[in-house]
Design a protein around this ligand. Sequence first.
Ligand SMILES: Nc1ncnc2c1ncn2[C@@H]1O[C@H](COP(=O)(O)OP(=O)(O)OP(=O)(O)O)[C@@H](O)[C@H]1O
Ligand SMILES: [Mg+2]
Length: 461
Amino acid sequence: MTGRFAWLTVCLVAGTVVTMLLIGLAFLPVSDWEVFVPAAALAGGAVVLLAATAVEIMGRRLAQPLRRMVRSIDAGEVGQATLGEFAQQAPVEVAPLLYALQRAQSGQRGALEQLERDRGQMAALFEHLADGVLVLDPDERIVLSNPAAARLLGRPLASGHALSEAVRDPQLVELVRAAPSGESAVHLIDMPNGQSGRRGWLQVIATRFPDAARRLVVLQDVTELRRTEAARRECVANVSHELRTPVAALKALVETLEGGALEDDPEVARDFLQRMHIEVDGLANLVNELLDLARAEAGRLELDIEPCLSDDLLRSSVERMRPYAEQMGLDVEVLQNDAGVVVRADARRIGQVLANLLANAVKFTPPGGRIEAGTRAVDGSVEFWVTDTGVGIDADQLGRVFERFYKTDPSRTSAGTGLGLAICKHLVIAHRGTIRAESAGVGQGAIFSFRLPREMEPARF
Ligand SMILES: Nc1ncnc2c1ncn2[C@@H]1O[C@H](COP(=O)(O)OP(=O)(O)OP(=O)(O)O)[C@@H](O)[C@H]1O
Ligand SMILES: [Mg+2]
């Protein structure tokens, strides 16, 4: 209402006054002009002055709250509350505008707060992502990276550094450089990761943003996945191998019998049948071991937990093994450190563990050797152990004997499939226990021991 509009109003009033003056003059006789003109001019001037003053006062009244608001906005003081105050104090002509502004500001504030919350969530996600993420500018400089990327690449990744400086792996840099769009490649890389310096598999997915200038690199540690896959392949190969040998033997025996041995030489036929029996037993044993292992690995072992005397468990296993050991020319002795120790366990399953440890001791100890077994209470656990004076185990192989199908003898000439200790490990773990192998080296004998908590609760595993 100030400025040009105010003066337009004043001019309009002045124009109206002058027009009325001229109309008045037209109707008055000339003799009266002398009195009328000064009086009319004075009255017109007063009206114009009054109009100008009124316009100025009105203009100020309307402009003042707006000016104050502009000053507050410039000073950064306008918030929801102040806009409301301005609106309350403002004249009716201005108040609706201020209320409308207040509503718009409230909507914007809500949207901003939501944006801030979303940004915080995205930042937390980025920070805690297990996959490494890198964003590179067109010059292949790092714009953004998360802690997982630095961890997987084994070095700090500062923004602004060229990828080729930060990652000293030309193959990885080349892979990222060459990625046209949406390209993904699995790439082997040393992953020092601070602790083990182990070699692992890193999947690198490099892609360009739609503007084709910046690049996004996602790094995934697929080492475990690859190991599991390799273990699965190895397991299938081992099972096939273990099945092929007895099946081939059975086939040969059947063919020989069919070829005439059955009628021609009953003595030989009987011998063949006995050998077939052994092969079938071996196959049945393998299938049972595989089933046990599969159940244990899937966590589907059912344990029948009950209080058992550790000494009883050990002695019954040793006595079952004694004839076989003595037949092999071995001395067997039970050493009892603690009698009468009660342990809550599945007697049949723990008997199976002890039977395999004792069978191994017999199998891997040359005639004339000695096997000792014992049990004792240790803290809240019961320990069982079996020692022998046999072929021993090389330090490098000690950690692997609990793997499925692992045998220290590369030609795998000793009897058995190499599943026994893997099953033992799972049975002991199902009892929430631990198992270990020790040996002073090849030719130095071995000690196998496992511990079970004494207060094992009945449970399904
Ligand atoms: N007491 C031991 N002395 C020396 N080596 C052992 C002893 N016990 C186990 N090993 C080594 O660990 C390997 C794995 O043992 P594990 O009991 O799993 O298999 P296995 O006895 O060969 O076959 P399985 O038990 O399935 O019939 C053995 O093949 C052997 O190389
Ligand atoms: Mg065994």
